[in-house]
Design a protein around this ligand. Structure first.
Ligand code: IMP
Length: 421
């Protein structure tokens, strides 16, 4: 058996799903353990486009089982729609999708709260995906949230909904309560067939020697504790979230693979020390299709930040790196990798926790020469241009980790292994 974690190690959108898809052919199980439909990605396979928000991307392999662990929050109606859309593309879910009965439920109320918060915030507007993720997790922590298993118990569900609205000072919103109740009961008709204990299944999977892939959502720098708080998501995204969010202890992992882009991006607000603007950022944004999959927002662009990357490498106890979108850097004359931050005449090699301080650091760069060649057909390290190899070696040296997988395009076959077994 092998248990491998694939984790985004920056601010999300590192093309994790591409790596999960690349390694997915050998996975018996692909597991989501945190986040919700704030995640989003599209996989193109033989000309067919598949859009994912909550369903693990392993569903593309006909024998792989896809698990949604209790650390995830779902919007039941959206999930039913996502399943129907993927079924319409020819994918089969029967006995292959398992959703834990303990997952938290995102309601329209949570989206309204998310919108209202964003409209009112002054000190730190977050720039959320407006999917209601933060308010839904807040309710789970406050013990006022609804769980998927509640949908099976009509009277209990109705009472829980009333008490949730009461908790938010909205007990007079009787129509909304009735509306949520009816919608959740309707969604349950579709979802009950998928509901089971993910922990039990993973326990059996381990005993039987199955191969398990854990698919992280968002990235380590969006972790609600370890990321650039308050500009973060509301779940934990680092490796230890696997145990909490699936019941499969992170102690049992054989390999933790950190996914990084060859440059940096961030969507939403918050400090981004290596951010660049102007023609170079525009070029990378266009070449890398850097527009949010969930919101369509243009992503902010920056140089590779080895200070942040080394920090998340150690938080996640990474064994190796998957470097994605290397092809996007072709045609850039001079590349920069951030190796330190200058702050008040001190040189720092770890990030500062406070957003006001982090937003004032001055990045210190290592300058490297770029390359012109199109990389889209490259399938091995030795056929990469010399300067691209130097670029990869610089990242390996700075992070003291091997780059085990490299990806140079959107198609499944545009990824190659350097040392991954
Ligand atoms: P929320 O998760 O919708 O509450 O948004 C909180 C922050 O996380 C915002 O900056 C979002 O842009 C960011 N975020 C959430 N999900 C993703 C993702 O899948 N990729 C990149 N950023 C994300």
């Amino acid at each position: 058996m092998s248990a491998i974690a694939i984790l985004g190690c920056m601010w999300g959108d590192e093309a994790k799903a591409k790596i999960v898809d690349y390694l997915g052919d050998r996975a018996d199980y692909v597991v989501r353990f945190q986040g919700g439909s704030n995640a989003g990605h599209t996989i193109v396979l033989e000309g067919q486009k598949y859009v994912f928000h909550s369903v693990p991307s392993g569903i593309l392999y006909p024998k792989t089982k896809c698990l949604i662990g209790p650390g995830v929050v779902i919007d039941p109606l959206d999930l039913v729609q996502e399943i129907q859309d993927l079924e319409a593309c020819g994918l089969n879910f029967a006995k292959r999708l398992i959703i834990d009965e303990k997952v938290g439920i995102v309601l329209p109320l949570h989206q309204t709260l998310d919108d209202n918060n964003e409209a009112q915030l002054k000190a730190a507007k977050i720039g959320t995906t407006r999917r209601g993720i933060g308010p839904a997790y807040a309710d789970m922590t406050a013990r006022s949230g609804i769980r998927l298993g509640d949908l099976a118990h009509p009277a209990y569900l109705k009472q829980r909904l009333r008490e949730l609205y009461l908790y938010h000072g909205l007990s007079s919103h009787k129509d909304a309560i009735q509306h949520d109740y009816a919608q959740l009961r309707e969604a349950w008709k579709s979802l009950q067939q998928y509901t089971a204990s993910v922990e039990n299944i993973l326990h059996e999977a381990r005993i039987s020697g199955a191969n398990i892939l854990f698919e992280g959502a968002q990235g380590s720098l969006l972790d609600r504790i370890w990321g650039s708080y308050p500009y973060v998501t509301s779940s934990n995204t680092i490796v230890d979230a696997i145990g909490i969010g699936s019941g499969f202890s992170a102690r049992l992992l054989d390999e933790v693979l950190g996914v990084f882009k060859a440059y940096a991006t961030r969507v939403g607000e918050g400090p981004f020390p290596t951010q660049i603007e102007g023609p170079l950022a525009d070029k990378i944004r266009q070449q890398g299709h850097e527009f949010g999959a969930t919101t369509g927002r243009p992503r902010r662009i920056g140089h590779f930040d080895a200070v942040m990357a080394a920090y998340t490498a150690r938080l996640n106890t990474l064994d190796g790196i998957a470097l994605t979108l290397l092809d996007v850097l072709s045609g850039i004359e001079e590349l920069k990798v951030c190796v330190g931050y200058k702050y008040k005449s001190r040189v720092l090699t770890t990030p500062l926790a406070h957003p006001l301080e982090l937003s004032k650091v001055e990045p210190l760069y290592l300058d490297l020469q770029g390359w012109d060649a199109d990389l889209s057909k490259v399938r091995s390290l030795d056929t990469l241009p010399h300067n691209a190899r130097i670029y990869l070696e610089a990242i390996e040296d700075l992070l003291k980790l091997p780059i085990k997988i490299v990806s140079v395009g959107r198609e499944r076959n545009q990824t190659f292994k350097t040392s991954f077994e």
